[in-house]
Ligand binder design. Structure first.
Ligand SMILES: [Zn+2]
Length: 460
């Protein structure tokens, strides 16, 4: 028998409402015992002292671009899952806007096979809603479900035709699949590259209005009501979206939402450069102080360009509140790697997206927990129970007999993020040089340690 005993950690498992200092025993890749039962493990069992650290169900990121097949210059299953492991994630859901798109069972099988060979964490696959993510004709949803997809989405794109979206929801309901939607009304957004507000005018960049997202969030709520399907709105960025979702949930509709750290940390002022950002909106960042040496970046830095875009301070506040009150039940990264030469162009020309797997736990802890907005069990639930429930995954729990997917992290560890020192192939992160607080120390997948932080704690 292959066993591992984690001793002395604070075990937090929101799925069992468990939060206590306890030992946790893993045997043959499964959770074998917790608490006093675990302490009765054989004397020769491999032990790992995790006292002072948090032990929780392996974190799940349900919004990740692994870029394989077809775009492995940006990222691959091997490097993307390595980045996930370093960030504390034991499961990821990969998005279908690959080349070819994940709109058929063959591509799903290919990803499952590569992930089994080269992935270090669990890879779940999201299939496309429409063929080639073109928004014109439905993908074979039943056959995608049989191939093992856990949801469908056209992420990166958004189905504009409401009738087609209605049919997609009806099929998804029939096959018991959630539909995840990247909410963007093309007629309102047109060719906008940043939030439509003050700064896009000051900087002379085309605006991407919040209403362009809210329009589709509202559409999805109406269609969820019409069809009874489960609709999940991806990477919410605006106060209006949070309000729509909160009201819909009050009416008992089966709708949900997710948020990414960049949207509840940064604002559109960041595109005007670090000086303007720190002066105007920096105070809301945990650890901000007038006297501290703060990270700096130039204006028009394309590492601050993503879709949906960074929005106003009020929007950022609304996302934080939506997470705290449970309106938004999932935290994720929208990890979107690009090659450096693709981002080293004019702001207008650069692709949307930033990496996130290796910074999201720390930024979430900083903005949500260290600020006092959320207790640790609630925050952990957004990374475990929330996504597992939405997708029906047998993950996100430490119950006896479950797969031993475990994350051990130090919520207090301070470190400086160096984008060139990560496991991701890509370096398109706006958080380079940021002092972060909170770090994954061990990532365990089905009982195997896939990431261990070996460095001595940084002296701060
Ligand atoms: Zn998206």
């Amino acid at each position: 028998m292959n066993s591992l005993l984690l001793t002395g950690g604070r075990v937090i498992d929101p799925s069992n409402r468990f939060d206590k200092v306890a030992d946790l025993l893993v045997t043959d890749g499964k959770i074998a015992a917790l608490g006093p039962d675990a302490a009765r493990a054989p004397a020769d069992v491999e032990r790992m002292d995790v006292s002072g650290l948090v032990v929780c169900p392996g974190l799940i990121d349900l919004h990740v671009h692994l870029r394989e097949p077809g775009q492995t210059a940006k990222e691959s299953i091997a490097t993307g899952t390595a980045a996930a492991a370093r960030g504390g994630f034991t499961s990821v859901v990969c998005m279908p806007n690959t080349s070819p798109a994940i709109d058929n069972s063959g591509t799903v099988a290919l990803i499952h096979e590569r992930a089994a060979q080269q992935g270090v964490v669990n890879v779940f696959v999201a299939g496309a809603i429409t063929k080639n993510i073109a928004g014109e004709e439905l993908a074979p949803i039943g056959s995608l479900k049989r191939a093992g997809v856990v949801a469908i989405t056209d992420d990166g794109h958004c189905v504009q035709n409401n009738e087609l979206m209605r049919r997609a929801l009806e099929y998804a309901r029939m096959f018991d699949l959630p539909v995840m939607d990247h909410c963007q009304d093309y007629t309102l957004v047109t060719d906008g590259v940043m939030h439509d507000g003050y700064w896009n005018i000051a900087l002379g960049l085309r605006g991407w209005p919040a209403a362009g997202e809210e329009m589709i969030v509202a559409r999805n709520i109406l269609l969820a009501e019409l069809t009874g399907a489960r609709v999940h709105c991806q990477h919410l960025s605006s106060a209006g979206s949070v309000k729509l979702l909160r009201d819909a949930k009050k009416r008992g509709l089966s709708v949900s939402g997710e948020a990414c750290p960049h949207h509840f940390t940064l604002t559109d002022a960041a595109i005007a450069g670090s000086e303007k950002f720190w002066r105007q909106d920096g105070r809301r960042i945990y650890g901000f102080s007038e006297n501290a040496e703060l990270p700096s970046w130039p204006s028009y830095d394309t590492n601050f360009k993503m879709n949906p875009p960074l929005r106003s301070a009020q929007d950022r506040e609304a996302i934080l509140q939506g997470l705290a009150d449970g309106t938004i039940e999932v935290l994720c990264s929208d990890h979107a790697p690009h090659c450096d030469y693709e981002k080293e162009v004019e702001f207008d020309q650069a692709p949307f997206g930033i990496t996130g797997l290796e910074t999201e736990l720390a930024l979430s802890l900083m903005q949500l927990h260290h600020t006092g907005l959320m207790a640790l069990p609630d925050l952990i639930a957004r990374f475990t129970l929330g996504p597992a429930r939405l997708l029906g995954l047998p993950k996100g729990t430490l119950k006896i007999g479950a797969d031993a997917d475990i994350t051990v992290f130090d919520p207090e560890r301070e470190w400086v993020f160096d984008k060139t020192a990560g496991a991701s192939k890509a370096v398109n992160s706006p958080f380079h040089g940021w002092r972060l607080k909170g770090m994954a120390v061990a990532t365990i997948v089905r009982g195997s340690k896939v990431w261990i932080e070996n460095r001595e704690p940084a002296r701060v």
